[in-house]
Design a binder for this molecule. Structure first.
Ligand code: NAI
Length: 656
């Protein structure tokens, strides 16, 4: 059979038949580091299926020849060209019918999965009768379409609920979250986990086993059918309402509707297909995906091996959490402070992070072993990277550098987490000012995806690249920024927070201000943000980063009473159990959101003009990943260029 298959002239798929008559169909997309199901790759699969329909093998096993994984999904760039209902429908139809043909083959089929198995890749695996997962290949399974504003339209919405039950399937499709090996097995997403060394043997055995294909059972099966189906639908819509109360993202509701009312077949909801694929949300989320890839690429510029040992000085809010994150990512960390107490507290927080993130007791123990309290600072001489995260004070930081610089091992990088001090000033007294780089984390460290990598003109390019590779190593997105006050993110937040406080001074309720920005799509309103970072910090930031002549009266009033926000239990809001006590306002003035966002957008533009980042796209990326700026807008500058009304001129008359 292999000779005949070879005559098909396929470029991306190869096939061989073993002694038992099993056909092994292997995907290796040419000129690409990962497998993607682009239109040509799907067309070739269709031709391969013609072949298997004409001459069915004993069984068919589908796998990937790429080292890094099975299939990473559809070709995202194809979404950008969906500018007509016909094109959108034919893209869905193309994948849908190929998967249907896989599902209806006359021989047993099995997907042998390693590494990533995402989107269309998982839909292909779902169309097979069986799925085996190679557990020692760090597998990640997901239907992440929702993150791009679309739905799993190639059979996922039909087959996943049938396999694992509607509640779990809808949860996977509505969040797009990653599923790892053990969970995939527990969910019933795969039939078995197998180690690499016996994977082929196990796959051959399983595909010939005549085992009954898996299916949701018990309550899970009932929830796929009327009348209980309505219950699952209601529950899912509740989840959607909670995560997207302002209907910024159409895809999640479409997923629930297509599953509940069209049997998971989007072709029965043609209007929805076009509505979704032509929406600006999809275009903007695809843009954000590419921006994210661009940031990730900064972390891959160096071919140096990953860092083995990081030494963190200052075990406070930031240093303690930076150390914990590093240890959770497999790096040996020594954590130094002047005092024992913050180190002990950081250790306790680290333990909680490891338990949350790593779950397995063995992995938690290993991470705790990598997290080494180091009151004396013995780690300095061993570390590949030393991160300083002590108090925000120029003299204190300079004094520390004078002590530690002679102790650094050759080639070690010295980094500061400063949020407001100029690197040029910090490095002024160093013997080697070209080795000090800013690695500016955001709070909370474990959650915020961005790190600003701050460079001075004298910074060694190699040091900068090492810093960016470190960000990649710990799963963060590096953004290179120039050494200017507030870098990018704090500089753009400062005038936004100031404008919000000016609104309070004018008599607008904090709740109304926050609600306006939540409706706009921000993850948190500016007043709640000020309460969260602390009113004292907001004051310092305001003094440094805005041209306001005087502090807003509302801020001065709270500061006078020592009401610093969340940390003191009272700021603009009263805080109870870590939550601001607020009433949702009845109405929000028209244009309030635009008034509030205008200073942020204008400052972002200024930061591009003065070269803090090298272009507008990077500024958008930084503001989205550093502040949570509504991703469906494509970023502040993209939003400004595509909005249909001008931003208010605040200098002229700041009224709403
Ligand atoms: P923090 O006050 O919570 O912790 C500072 C720690 O440094 C304290 O535990 C203190 O004992 C220790 N320390 C002071 N001098 C020391 C020395 N010479 N040697 C060893 N340990 C020393 O401060 P936080 O908030 O963690 O900030 C640290 C740095 O991170 C600052 O530069 C700040 O600007 C920056 N940053 C803070 C953010 C935040 O949200 N808190 C966000 C981003 C950056």
């Amino acid at each position: 059979m292999s000779e005949n298959f070879a005559n098909l002239g396929l470029r991306n798929w190869t096939c061989s038949v073993d002694a038992q008559g099993i056909a092994w169909l292997s995907l290796d997309v040419v000129n690409s580091s990962v497998n993607r199901l682009s239109a040509p790759v799907l067309q070739e699969l269709d031709r391969a299926l013609d072949f298997f329909y004409a001459a069915p093998p004993v069984a068919l096993i589908i796998r990937s020849a790429k080292h890094n994984g099975f299939i990473a999904g559809a070709d995202i760039d194809e979404f950008s060209s969906l500018d007509s209902p016909d094109k959108s429908e034919s893209m869905v139809l193309r994948g849908w019918s190929v998967m249907e043909r896989v599902a209806k083959l006359h021989c047993p089929t099995l997907a042998l999965i390693h590494g990533h198995c995402l989107g269309g890749g998982l839909e292909l695996a779902l169309a097979c009768r069986y799925r085996l997962l190679i557990e020692d290949s760090q597998p990640v399974l997901a239907l992440p379409e929702v993150k791009l504003g679309i739905f799993p339209g190639w059979g996922g919405m039909m087959r996943l609920p049938q396999l694992i039950g509607a509640p779990k399937a809808l949860d996977m499709m509505l969040t797009g979250r990653n599923i790892r090996a053990k969970q995939a097995k527990a969910l019933g997403l795969v039939d078995a986990l197998v180690p690499q060394r016996i994977a082929e043997l196990a796959a051959a055995k399983h595909v010939l086993s005549h085992a009954k294909p898996r299916q949701a059972r018990g309550l899970d099966a009932w929830l796929n059918r009327a009348p209980l189906k309505r219950l699952a639908e209601k529950q899912a819509l509740k989840q959607v309402a909670k995560s997207d109360p302002y209907h910024h993202y159409p895809a999640p509701r479409a997923i629930v509707d297509i599953w509940a009312n069209h049997g998971g077949n989007p072709l029965h909801a043609a209007d929805t297909i076009h509505e979704i694929t032509s929406s600006s949300t999809v275009h903007n989320l695809v843009r954000v995906f590419h921006l994210q890839e661009r940031l990730k690429a900064f972390g891959k510029r160096t071919t140096k091996p990953p860092l083995q040992h990081v030494h963190v000085i200052g075990a406070g809010t930031m240093g303690g959490d930076i150390a914990a994150l590093c240890a959770s990512k497999g790096i040996r960390v020594t954590l130094q402070d002047q005092r024992r107490e913050p180190i002990a507290k950081a250790q306790a927080r680290a333990q909680r992070l490891f338990e949350r993130r790593l779950r397995e007791p063995r992995l938690v123990r290993q991470a705790m072993d990598r997290f080494i309290p180091d009151l004396q600072g013995h780690g300095i001489t061993q570390a590949d990277l030393v991160i300083e995260a002590i108090v925000e004070n120029l003299e204190a930081k300079q004094a520390l550098y004078a002590q530690i610089e002679p102790l650094l091992k050759p080639g070690a990088v010295l980094a500061t987490n400063t949020s407001s001090l100029a690197l040029s000033a910090l490095s002024a007294k160093l013997l080697h000012p070209n080795r000090l780089v800013g690695i500016h984390f955001f709070n909370p460290v474990a959650v915020m995806p961005l790190i600003e990598v701050v460079h001075t003109p004298e910074l060694d390019a190699d040091v900068r690249d090492t810093a960016m590779a470190f960000c990649d190593q710990i799963g963060k997105l590096p953004l290179p920024v120039r050494d200017t006050p507030g870098f990018l993110v704090n500089a753009v937040l400062a005038p936004y927070m100031l404008e919000a406080m000016r609104c309070v001074d004018e008599g607008i309720q904090p709740e109304t201000i926050d609600e306006a920005m939540l409706q706009f799509g921000m993850p948190m309103g500016p007043i709640e943000l000020i309460d969260t970072v602390g009113l004292d910090i907001a004051r310092d930031v305001g003094v440094q980063l805005t041209d306001a002549d005087a502090m807003p009266a509302c801020l001065a009033k709270h500061l006078e009473k020592q009401q610093l926000g969340r940390k003191t239990g009272q700021g603009f809001y009263t805080w109870k159990d870590g939550k601001a006590d607020k009433q949702r306002p009845q109405t929000v003035p028209h244009h309030l959101a635009l008034r509030l966002i205008a200073p942020l957008i204008n400052r972002t533009q200024e930061q591009v003009h003065i070269g803090v980042v090298s272009d507008a796209d990077l500024a958008d990326a930084g503001v989205i990943f550093g502040t949570g700026f509504a991703p469906f807008t494509g970023g502040p500058l993209h939003y400004k260029d595509h909005m249909h009304q001008p931003l208010p001129n605040l200098e002229a008359s700041p009224t709403v």
